[in-house]
Design a protein. Structure first.
Length: 307
């Protein structure tokens, strides 16, 4: 295997990292239903004190042709080029507790080398645990809490929070491989799959970001400021509810999803440390697709685009 140290560089601030911190990770790439991971990472970096302690080599890890960065054309010249970044930060939560945050793009290449690099960094800083989040679309209603599927070796979190425990094959992302390798080595690791309403998968659903924050808090004990996200979610849900109320057929479809959700949860033995959680509800794809199409049409009309 290539040397893991070839694809990242520690900053001078790395010497200030205490040993034994929790590492939190969220990478954008293959799937991010409801914009959960992007909102989660951006919100933490926007609201918490942080410094860069390691930077990964985008030229080695990223396929620029598949995910082209944005550059601004200002009449006759180019400006404001923002290169994609994958970085490890030392951050502090709302009450000053330090932790490590791995955020940025999901690598397209060299997954094994990237995984070995993160493990090398974790050994260097004697990381206490790794927690990561991602989100997938599911046929569940937006009127119920977002549930999670928990993986890894934190049995306390799995027993208390995991509402859906399937036997299935899934397309892997880079942090799946990291979790797999950490579990092989006996390191403490937990992955949270957020179950986001299918018809809101292409939106930025604030409740998805809130679920990522709450899940991370449950795993690490870190405290995050969430008032702004909660306010955004109230406004977002109010707009969706208004759209649904305007169409009796769609209101009936949402009610069907709610009934299936409630029936599923009645049979659940879940005891959540946060709130009552969401679960996967089978065979509602056609309902979710119809509602998604309706909401997309309404969004286009609200934006002034032709229906």
């Amino acid at each position: 295997m290539r040397d893991p140290g070839d694809i990242y560089e520690l900053s001078t601030d790395a010497s200030n990292v205490p040993e034994g911190l929790h590492l939190v990770a969220g990478l954008t790439g293959f799937a991010d239903a409801g914009g959960a991971v992007s909102q989660f990472s951006e919100y933490l970096l926007a609201t918490l004190e942080h410094t860069v302690v390691a930077s990964f080599d985008a030229d080695v890890l990223l396929d620029f042709r598949a995910r082209r960065p944005i550059i601004y054309f200002d009449q006759d010249h180019l400006t404001d080029y923002q290169p994609p970044a994958l970085r490890l930060y030392l951050a502090r939560d709302e009450i000053g507790q330090p932790f490590l945050l791995l955020a940025g793009f999901e690598p397209d290449f060299r997954w094994e080398q990237f995984t070995a690099a993160v493990q090398q960094i974790e050994r260097h800083f004697r990381v206490a645990s790794t927690t990561w989040v991602h989100a997938i679309p599911m046929p569940v209603p937006h009127t119920r809490p977002i549930g999670v599927t928990v993986s890894g070796n934190r049995t306390d979190l799995i027993e208390n929070m995991s509402v859906w425990r399937p036997h299935t094959q899934v397309p892997a992302n880079a942090l799946h491989l990291l979790e797999f390798r950490l579990q092989e080595s006996g390191a403490s690791v937990a992955g949270f799959v957020l179950l986001v309403p299918h018809y809101l998968a292409d939106t930025e659903f604030p409740l998805a970001a809130l679920a990522a924050l709450d899940s991370t808090s449950a795993s690490t004990g870190l405290i995050f400021p969430t008032d702004h996200v909660r306010e955004q979610n109230r406004d977002f849900v109010a707009r969706i509810d208004e759209q649904v109320r305007d169409n009796p057929e769609l209101a009936k479809l949402v009610t069907t999803l709610e009934e299936r959700y409630d029936t599923y949860m009645e049979g659940s033995t879940l005891h959540s440390p946060l709130t009552d959680e969401d679960g996967e509800l089978p065979s509602a794809d056609e309902i979710a697709a119809e509602l998604e199409n309706f909401l997309a049409t309404r969004r286009s009309r609200d934006d002034g685009s032709p229906a």
